[in-house]
Design a protein around this ligand. Structure first.
Ligand SMILES: *Cc1c(COP(=O)(O)O)cnc(C)c1O
Length: 356
């Protein structure tokens, strides 16, 4: 039976990417060697790194003010590296607290400088994105999480403000075209949601923001080091970078406009069924619903696990909600085909016929 993968991360990848990656582990580019056993300084791997960086430039239409890095340590390491590199100890960074990951980022920033949480939806378990807040004009940066993977909300409008925006795009990067590039200071994303395998994190940084904290920063934690060495200061995570490179190629072939349209179509189909079906209901504010992570609950709690079992038996896996939230979460990233969402919707309808 065809398996439809709704896991939130690590998550679904295009089948062609998995095949190419598998081949490269055995025989990379017909070299008779595995990708995993050649020097990262070899011409063959340097080409992968450079082309991956180039694809990011092309997809985000980056100007020369920005540098593209592939780092390690997950998005969680960036929670610390961003204030380490950008926030002088007596300056203030503004944060929008929209979920679990934003909250983690806030904790880390407080180690390096002053933090002002301009708005938070914590007291309603992050079921919406706060609106109508003020960002102090003199903030070093304003940190947002564009898509809240755990709770299933997404920012559909990025605010216009006077300080640079730092955006955690781990779970919606390349799901739609990027607009207003110049309002961003840093864009970062762990690869394992929408652009590859776990092990590397994409960081796009505007160079003029660096070297202003007056702080000594260890080499590995300093963006400047990685800029100067083109993400090859130390051994990069070669496999993860290669899978990101293949996925970026696939994204470029699809086109961001086209992917955005498909993501709208897939999420609308699923939300429509959630709203129609008497056994299910959505868990977040309608205007903030995510196109990547669709969260919902069962209107009859005694049937909650019954539906998970039914879905799994019929090929839909990874639907269990985040451990602290419960309910369901269908992650429908770029690589999820419309047919996968149609299959899930059909199962929801059959479940209703059986139990309602
Ligand atoms: C998954 C996720 C993270 C954490 O990523 P790690 O690579 O596990 O550190 C951070 N932010 C968002 C929005 C995420 O979805």
């Amino acid at each position: 039976m065809k398996k439809w993968n709704f896991f939130s991360g690590p998550a679904i990848l295009p089948a062609t990417v998995l095949q190419q990656a598998a081949t490269a582990v055995i025989d990379f580019n017909g070299m008779g060697l595995s990708l995993l056993e050649i020097s990262h300084r070899s011409k063959a791997f340097e080409t992968v790194m450079n082309e991956a960086r180039q694809l990011v430039r092309q997809l985000l239409q980056l100007t020369d003010d920005y540098e593209v890095l592939f780092l390690t340590g997950g998005a969680s390491t960036q929670f610390a590296l961003i204030p380490y590199n950008l926030l002088p100890h007596n300056a203030t960074a503004a944060y929008l607290e929209t979920g679990q990951w934003a909250s983690n980022a806030i904790k880390e920033a407080a180690l390096f400088g002053k933090v002002q949480v301009v708005a938070s939806s914590a007291d309603t378990l992050y079921n919406h994105i706060p609106k109508n807040y003020n960002v102090p004009a003199d903030a070093a940066y304003f940190h947002i999480t564009t898509n809240n993977t755990v709770f299933g909300t997404q920012m559909h409008d990025i605010p216009t403000i006077s300080c640079p925006i730092v955006a955690d795009m781990s779970s919606d990067i390349f799901s739609r075209p990027l607009t207003n590039l110049s309002s961003y200071g840093v864009i970062y994303a762990g690869a394992q949601k929408n652009m590859g395998a776990a092990g590397t994190t994409l960081v796009v940084v505007r160079k003029d923001l660096l070297n202003k904290t007056g702080r000594q920063i260890p080499s590995m934690f300093n963006y400047q080091t990685h800029i100067e060495h083109h993400s090859m200061f130390n051994t990069p995570p070669v496999f993860a970078v290669y899978v990101a490179y293949l996925t970026l190629q696939w994204i470029a072939e699809q086109g961001l406009e086209n992917l955005a349209q498909k993501n709208t179509q897939k999420s609308q189909l699923l939300y429509h069924e959630i709203d129609r079906n008497t056994l299910f209901k959505g868990s977040v504010a309608i205007e903030d619903r995510s196109q990547m992570n669709v969260t919902f609950v069962c209107t009859r709690p005694e049937l909650e696990s019954e539906f998970l079992t039914f879905a799994e038996q019929n090929g839909c896996v990874g639907l269990k909600g985040y451990r602290k939230v419960g309910g369901y979460r269908a992650s429908i990233y770029n690589a999820m085909e419309l047919e996968g969402v149609q299959t899930l919707v059909q199962l929801m309808q059959e479940f209703e016929q059986r139990w309602a």
